[in-house]
Design a protein around this ligand. Sequence first.
Ligand code: 1GP
Length: 228
Amino acid sequence: MKQMIKPWRHVFKLDPDREIDDQALEAVCMSGTDAIMIGGSSGVTFDNTVDLLSRVRRYELPCVLEVSNLEMLVPGFDLYMIPMVMNTADSAWITGQHKQAIEEYGYMIPWDLLVPEGYIILNPDSAVARLTGAQTDLDADGAAAYAQVADKLMSLPIVYVEYSGSFGDMETVRKIHQSVHGAKVFYGGGIHDPETAKAAAAVSDTIVVGNAVYEDLAQALLTVKAVK
Ligand code: 1GP
């Protein structure tokens, strides 16, 4: 599974709860991006996840699910990304929901396809920060310490620096990137044009572009060539 993740430089994240027409979806899937990640913090259901998966499946690129609730567990994805939030005191988002999922679905979990992500949520105004009770008031050293918990203590293959909805502090991301050894660093949040894509790509392994697809598709598409 790591072979699939290692070369990814650019990923588009699509939200099943948001509309995207066929033409826009084709442009996204044919853009040269390395993978489509499907995920969202609210309004994500089995039905809208299946629908989006089947539409993305017309194209040849990998399609992975970022699992944020148990309703959206749909078979047929190439990989399942499993967030574990490092900077929350609410254990439901670290191991609690995961335990529940295993109790309910353990017999049918495709373990080989699961990729845990050590999530560090840093935008206090994001839906995901509110949902998970993330402690976002971290300086760069604090964020990097959480990254090392994920990387060095928990051996998670991915550290995901999540600034969803706003472009983050690149010095913090750089510090995180420098502090991990085994994990790949994913960065997501506020990438909306080639400049922000390049800046984020300079301090991470993989950039994730979400909102821009829905807000300014032309600029979003330019982020691919900016980093590959
Ligand atoms: C969200 O990290 C992704 O989970 C991407 O963030 O939507 O701000 O691009 P944006």
